[in-house]
Design a protein around this ligand. Sequence first.
Ligand code: BGP
Length: 467
Amino acid sequence: MKRQFLWGSATASYQCEGAWEEDGKGPSMWDDYFHHVNPNAVSGDVACDFYHHYEEDLQMMQDSHQNTLRLSLSWPRIFPNEDQRVNQRGVEFYHRVLDSMIAKGIEPNVTLYHWDLPAYLQKKGGWLNRETAFAFAQYADFCFREFGSKIRIWVTLNEPYYSTQCMYGSGNYPPNEKSGQKFATAIYHYVLASALAVQKFRQYENIGEIGIVADVHPCYGVDESEACQRAVYLADQLYNGCILDPVLKGHFPQALIEALSTTYDFSFMRQEDEAIIKQGIVDFIGLNYYNRSYIRPYQSGPSMVAHNNAGIRDAKKEDEEVKRVMVVKDLFEKIEDPNGTFTEWDFEIYPQGIYQICMEVTRKYGNVPIYITENGIGLHETLDNGTVHDDARISFVEQHLHYLLQAKADGADIRGYYMWSTMDLYSWMNGNEKRYGLVYVDFKTQKRYPKKSFAWYRDFIDAHQDI
Ligand code: BGP
């Protein structure tokens, strides 16, 4: 029987729920960070208060004919303390949300971990500590048992590569460190965690399928030279292969490890883990596509990575550090294409990249089922007569969907598409003013206002039901 294509949008617990300490929830590493380390920054304490507005948000999804929502569970809402006693009120919240979704014909696509690590685990080293991987598997196992009758699409982790880059590369996210060694260690433990959770999942029958969500970055060289091709090859292994290879082939990309092993110590990779990682192969892959990587051979300087959280495109002229660039010493450099089109946060708009990455994944990993689990554009927006005329978003999504449907027609097994995001929500280091939603949220009143893209997406879905 032909499966219905899934058309929906995505959120994440810390970015939408709010209620950071309500009904027995424990603090996550983000709560600790904003309450103790960076108290002047905008936090996700309230966000768009999905905890109290979920009925309204799900109703709007149904009104726009979306048949799926990607959401995540907050680990510290379920296991608030180190004693590992279940917080029943947190569990009940997720049951209420799932029941409401199912009643509205909205398929749950559930991520177990979207970066809100319990604070008690962060205090013990977080993803640098291999014990975190085993703790994750225990938490995942609980969720499989508790919610297994309601969830058919499971995701272990969201964007292990990008979150590690932000935690230990740019130092943009807590714990705000810049260490290549820690970067490599954390990625490894993430992959181990996913594999351990998949092992647990396989013990159950009839609880659906399990995957992982990877941020993907199709890599393009500045020229065709041999040196550039080598740089692109290694950049692709780092940005894409270091997650996709282990979860789809069962091992890490060898050339990358060889290239890095003169600088970094890989002794955290234990032989006993090899079998676990081999058994951790997923059923599908979720791809988050925002932009491509434009690559040239390594030129000079130490390894570094920087982000633009200022939301001002010209900020980079004043301060080089806000430029969205990366250097991996001796391997490659990621730069801006001087002819590219960029958002105010230096995200390049490159719709063809979604075609490229879907076809590459299909070719390299044997036609694996694909969901596009995030795609969208962050903009500064204001309310205008009760709505937002977000033509830039409509154009962005329309172009990406054009290329996505082309990839599907050319043989990629694409099963669903999720716009980031369902409604405006909290954008990590960019606070509340980098808006991605189909629905505008007034964060002061928590009132919702559908944007122009909301109706556009509904009509697009209606016209593409039978693909
Ligand atoms: C992805 C994350 C999301 C979301 C999105 C937009 O990396 O999975 O959580 O935040 O990017 O990123 P940002 O909010 O930083 O612009």
